[in-house]
Design a protein around this ligand. Structure first.
Ligand code: F6R
Length: 369
C-alpha cells in the first residue's frame, strides 16, 4: 500500500498535486466563479458576518494563520486565529455574526472539538474544514467544507496541510465573491491561478533531489532556524514543526522582522538558517527586508538555505543553498514553499535513522486534552 515508497510520508508528499486538485474539483465553475453550495451557509449570513475566528492545533493551526492573511486581504473582514487549547479556556467574544472556522484533518482532535462546541454555545456559526468524512467535527458543525486529501497514514501532516490551505483560500475567495469587495478583479485572477496550483506543486516535487542531498549533509546539525514573513512566517513555523517531530532536532521558526529583537543572538558559525523569501513582485518592501536579513545572518556565520521564486536574482549572492519554487500569487506561495520543507524534514529524519511514519511520543489523532 506504500506503492513502492519507503514510507507513507514520502507517498503522501508525492500525492499532493492530486490532493490539491481533488480539493478544488467541482468548486470552481466554468464561469470562473466559486461554487460552494455544499457549505450550506446562506450567502445572506456570510454577508452579515462581522468577524471570522479560526481555531486549530499543530499543523492545522499553521494553515489557519495563513488563512488570516487571505481572509483579511480579500474580504476586509477582521480575522482572528487561535490555538484551540487556548481559545476554549479564554472567554472569547462571539455572537451570531461571528463565523468560527475549525480546521482539522482528523475531525476528532479534542481541543478543537471542544472549542467548536464552545463557539456554537455562544451562538456563532461554525464551519468545519475537515479531511475525515463523518467524523465528529463535521457532524456537529453548522457547515462543512471537506478537504479531499484522502487518508493520511503518516503521523506528520503533509497532504492534509496543503488541502487545508486550498480550503482556506476557497473560503476567503468565496467570502470576497459573496460580499463583493474592491478586490473583485484580483479574486477572479487568483481563482484562475489557484486552479493551476496542482501543476505548480508537481514542478516543486520534480526538483527535490538537491534538497534531499542537503538534508543528508545536515544530519549532525544541533539546531535549524526558519525565517519567514507575511504568509512565509507560518510556513517557517511549519518547517520547524516538521523537523522537531520527525528528526527530533531543535528547530524554531521566526518572523524575520523579529530577528533583531532577540533570535539573532542564536546565530553562530555554521548554524543552518532556512529562509522563505516572499515574492519580489507584490509586496517588494518585504522582499528587500528579507534579503537584508539573509545578509545579516550570513555575516554572522549562518549557513543560509534560501527558498525563493524562480527569477529572484537578488538572493543569489547570499544563498549558500538555493531552492527554487515557481512564481505564484503572493498569498498562494505557501502551497509551493512548504513542500521543500516537508522533504527536508523527512530526509533528515531518514538520514538519522528515525521511523518517519511513526515518530516517538506522537499519535495521529490527539483525542485527549
Ligand atoms: C503535525 C501534525 C499535528 C496535527 C494536529 C492537529 O504534523 O500532524 O500537529 O496537525 O495534531 O490534528 P488535526 O488536524 O487532526 O486536528
Amino acid at each position: 500500500e506504500k506503492d513502492g515508497y519507503d514510507y507513507f510520508m514520502l507517498k503522501e508528499i508525492a500525492e499532493q498535486p492530486k490532493a490539491v486538485a481533488d480539493t478544488l474539483l467541482g468548486r470552481i465553475g466554468t464561469d470562473g466563479r466559486l461554487h460552494l453550495d455544499e457549505v450550506r451557509i446562506p450567502d445572506q449570513v456570510l454577508r452579515e458576518v462581522d468577524k471570522v475566528v479560526i481555531i486549530a492545533c499543530g499543523t492545522s493551526f499553521h494553515a489557519a494563520m495563513i488563512a488570516k492573511y487571505a481572509i483579511e486581504h480579500w474580504t476586509r473582514v477582521p480575522c482572528e486565529v487561535e490555538l484551540a487549547s487556548e481559545f476554549r479556556y479564554r472567554d472569547p467574544i462571539l455572537d451570531k455574526q461571528s463565523l468560527v472556522v475549525t480546521i482539522s484533518q482528523s475531525g476528532e482532535t479534542m481541543d478543537t472539538l471542544m472549542a467548536q462546541r464552545h463557539a456554537r454555545e455562544q451562538g456563532a456559526k461554525v464551519l468545519a474544514i475537515c479531511n475525515t468524512n463523518g467524523s465528529t467535527m463535521p457532524r456537529e458543525a453548522d457547515a462543512v467544507l471537506y478537504t479531499h486529501a484522502g487518508p493520511e497514514v503518516a503521523v506528520a501532516s503533509t497532504k492534509a496541510f496543503l488541502t487545508q490551505l486550498v480550503a482556506c483560500y476557497l473560503v476567503a475567495l468565496y467570502l470576497g465573491q459573496v460580499r463583493g469587495t474592491k478586490w473583485g478583479d484580483e479574486i477572479t485572477e487568483v481563482i484562475e491561478q489557484l486552479a493551476a496550483m496542482p501543476e505548480q506543486v508537481e514542478k516543486v516535487l520534480d526538483t527535490m533531489e538537491p534538497v534531499r542531498e542537503l538534508a543528508h549533509s545536515l544530519k549532525d546539525a544541533n539546531s535549524v532556524l526558519f525565517l519567514g514573513r507575511h504568509v512565509g512566517f507560518p510556513v517557517a513555523l511549519e518547517g520547524a514543526l516538521k523537523l522537531k517531530e520527525l528528526a527530533y532536532m531543535h528547530a524554531e521558526g521566526f518572523a524575520a522582522g523579529e530577528l533583531k529583537h532577540g533570535p539573532i543572538a542564536l546565530i553562530e558559525e555554521g548554524l543552518p538558517v532556512v529562509v522563505v523569501v516572499p515574492s519580489p513582485r507584490g509586496r517588494s518592501v518585504l522582499h528587500d527586508k528579507i534579503v537584508s536579513n539573509i545578509q545579516e545572518v550570513r555575516a554572522r556565520g549562518a549557513r543560509t538555505i534560501v527558498i525563493a521564486e524562480e527569477g529572484d536574482t537578488a538572493v543569489e549572492p547570499y544563498a549558500d543553498h538555493l531552492i527554487r519554487i515557481p512564481a505564484t500569487p503572493v498569498l498562494l506561495q505557501p502551497l509551493v514553499a512548504t513542500v521543500p520543507l516537508q522533504v527536508f524534514a523527512c530526509e533528515l529524519a531518514t538520514a538519522k535513522g528515525h521511523e518517519v511514519d511513526q515518530p516517538r511520543n506522537l499519535a495521529k489523532s490527539v483525542t485527549v486534552e
